[in-house]
Design a protein around this ligand. Sequence first.
Ligand code: ACO
Length: 281
Amino acid sequence: MSDTASGPGWGECVTTEVKDGIAWITLNRPDKRNAINPGIVREMTAVLNAMEGDPDAEVLVITGAGDSFSAGQDLKEYFRETETWPPHERERLFADNAAWQWRRLMHYRKPTIAMVNGWCFGGAFQVLVGCDLAIAAEDATFGLSEINWGIIPAGIVTKSVSMVIPQRDAMYYIMTGETFTGIQAAEMRLVNKAVPQEQLRAEVTKLAETLKKKNPHVLRAAKSAYHHVRQMGWEQSLEYLMAKADSTTFRDRDRGAEKGMSQFIDEKKYKPGLGAYDRDA
Ligand code: ACO
């Protein structure tokens, strides 16, 4: 798959382009500031399903069309208009939304990067934190605007925020609803880095290229282990990580650990402190 804007089940609210191993996934409702409606939920589910099995999509980048990453949940189409849906259909929509926005993304088979190009509000924080890494434009605008229209940051927004940014910042923005910039987001570690808008795509490409060189099986295990041990105590973490390390090595078709060690110790071909072993050797 390559250079395509649509695929089976997407193309209207979400477009994709797979190029040089990177899947650029764009929330595509710029007129509505990429607010997340049932269409985005449906199409993102289809995209994540398809990209999971696409060997050309090694790293996923999620971004937004126009001047927005996403203005959060679509207050009209996601909330108001679904009030009259049969309860089970509305609950299914909310469950599917939680699945693509964080549960699925967090343990996704491939590395994910949020490329925050502009407005980023409310529910969009779930996607942002659900992605493994995030790079923002310096002039992107973030906000936990829920307080401004009379709700708490629900879904899993408050939990997401509490996992990545310090308490004083989290409480400040949850309680005031004030906006902050990409530069401030980087300072409080909500994103890895903020760069000028015109360098955003190049910076994300550079990061994706770094990830592409790593063993994908081990990358997947490493990120999953990180999320699991955050919920565990020390002793449990040790037991879990030792078992996870063994199962990761056992299931690794690349025989990464073996190759990596031998390319360093025997062949003296590379320095693991400074870069990845050669997977093709
Ligand atoms: N839900 C529904 N529609 C939205 C949303 C949203 N979250 N955000 C923008 N839109 C729509 C507007 O209603 C408008 O539609 P219209 O052209 O049919 O009137 C269109 O997108 C453009 O919006 P403007 O407000 O005109 O765009 P502007 O660039 O001036 O402002 C901004 C952008 C600041 C993002 C503003 O649209 C806004 O405040 N949006 C809401 C942000 C928010 O609070 N999101 C919800 C968070 S809570 C949650 O996600 C659970």
